[in-house]
Design a protein around this ligand. Structure first.
Ligand code: SF4
Length: 475
């Protein structure tokens, strides 16, 4: 896989990507603000949702046991998977035992995390994504670049070309025509599939049910038409009761897409019962750990309260510029910068926590008020303590520490550094810095320092007022 900084460079040079990202994230951002403004007591609801999610994590093992008991009571078969490979193997075994050959899937980030499609195809199963965005991702043989809008990086012209090239339909960039073509293809698949695969937005403990939210209605077809339904769910996705689910639903759609409620909210609580007209003959839930218990035992446990709304992506100045693929794994943006090192280890993902300006916009918009900047700082601290910072950075930080802890040295360096910078500047601006500083001037210029420092001005003005012309501390 390419290096993080190379992927960032590529993304920043891609004007097409920049345009698509900016307009989509701005639109989502303003819709979210309007939707939350219109929700009465939204602050209280967010506080209650946070309490509910984090409270549940305090006894995750006990809550999972109760959830399992209630699922079984509803006729659902429960499986436990330590990691992604095991989860995929369980799904393949279920398909083999029940003679399934053709799977349809609804949108699920957790199955992206386990690379389920790859393993299903390898096992000889046909698998088709039925969420429109995921269908395009599958046709393009790429990966989602946003946790809510998988093709946020594409234009309708891109989609038209992909459909034309991959399924040999006449080129069009009309959204209505493209949706019509996809609908025909997907309908055929729904009717011939024998296995339906979903994730789970929430697992409701007291009801022994999973909750799925979607805007296209495909999740309902995936869970009712095929004779076998398998849901893969991260073990952190629990809510205690329907009352808690109500809180989550209120904030999820508003934060994700700016809707008051997602178009389809389904509670799935078991296979078809005698006398019922639809629903699968078998239903399975695979509860996936894949590193989540490690996160639970550490300083990042709070991140398991995430309800995957994607609002922090749309608010993040870094995500808005580099998009999802630059992060290199399933979960992009601020949430990914914590979850990916948490699930996969910091060693290969040490740059991700640095991909943040720590402006706090993510914490501001997070519906469950997760303190994302605190967790990013914690990961950076761990990286430094484990000696993962580059040698040059360590050297520079050591030198910086030495200078700022000695006032005389600081004054001397500031004076001579300033003079040098003014010599190389042109019309007050420095166009190219050497060494690590070159990263700053690669895409912007730096103002040359002014001739007189703050301390010089302070001294000159003595007690007559502040150097900036203000009225002093008592003014
Ligand atoms: S961290 Fe918060 S804002 Fe980001 S996806 Fe999760 S719930 Fe949404």
């Amino acid at each position: 896989m390419s290096h993080f900084l190379d992927r960032v460079e590529t993304a920043l040079r891609d004007d097409h990507l920049q345009g698509a990202l900016h307009s989509a994230t701005e639109r989502l951002w303003s819709r979210r603000s309007a939707a939350l403004d219109g929700l009465e007591n939204s602050d209280t609801i967010r506080d209650m949702a946070r309490r509910s999610k984090l409270g549940l994590l305090r006894d995750l093992a006990g809550n999972l046991e109760t959830f399992e008991k209630n699922l079984i009571r509803n006729g659902i078969k429960v499986h436990w998977a330590q990691n992604g490979k095991e989860a995929n193997r369980i799904v393949v075994e279920i398909a083999r035992k029940s003679g399934c050959k053709r799977a349809v899937k609804s949108k699920s980030m957790v199955t992206e995390e386990t690379h389920l499609n790859h393993d299903l195809l390898e096992a000889g199963l046909d698998v088709l994504e039925t969420d429109l965005g995921e269908y395009i991702v599958q046709l393009a043989e790429t990966t989602p670049s946003h946790i809510i809008l998988p093709i946020i990086h594409m234009t309708r012209q891109d989609i038209g070309k992909i459909m034309h090239n991959r399924i040999s339909v006449p080129y069009t960039d009309s959204p209505e025509e493209l949706a019509k073509i996809a609908r025909v293809k997907l309908r055929e698949a729904f009717l011939s599939a024998d296995l339906g695969i979903t994730g789970a937005n929430f697992g409701v403990i007291d009801s022994g049910a999973i909750c799925l939210v979607s805007n296209e209605g495909n999740a309902r077809l995936v869970t009712t038409l095929p004779r076998v339904h398998v849901a893969i769910m991260g073990i952190e996705k629990l809510v205690p009761s329907l009352a808690d689910l109500d809180l989550m639903i209120k904030i999820l759609a508003r934060s994700a897409t700016g809707q008051k409620i997602t178009t389809y909210t389904s509670l799935v609580s078991g296979p078809r019962r005698p006398g019922e007209l639809d629903g699968p003959e078998e239903m399975h839930v695979v509860l996936l750990d894949n590193g989540r218990t490690n996160i639970l035992g550490g300083d990042l446990a709070e991140i398991l309260g995430c309800i995957r709304c994607g609002a922090c992506l749309n608010a993040c100045p870094v995500y808005k510029n580099i998009g999802g693929h630059a992060y290199g794994d399933t979960y992009p943006g601020p949430i990914g910068a914590i979850v990916t090192p948490g699930l996969r280890g910091l060693e290969n993902w040490k740059e991700l926590p640095d991909a943040s300006s720590l402006c706090g916009a993510c914490r501001e918009v997070c519906p469950v008020r997760l303190d994302i900047p605190r967790m990013l700082l914690k990961l950076r601290q761990t990286g430094v303590e484990e000696g993962r910072s580059p040698f040059t950075l360590k050297f520079i930080m050591k030198g910086f520490g030495m200078v700022v802890s000695r006032p005389w040295l600081y004054r001397l360096s500031a004076r001579w550094g300033g003079r040098l910078a003014r010599v190389v500047a042109k019309a007050g601006w420095i166009h190219k810095l050497p060494g690590l500083g070159g990263g700053w001037t690669r895409s912007r210029e730096m103002r040359a320092p002014v001739a007189k420092s703050f301390q010089d001005l302070w001294k000159e003005r003595g007690s007559t007022g502040s150097p900036t012309g203000g009225r002093g501390k008592n003014g």
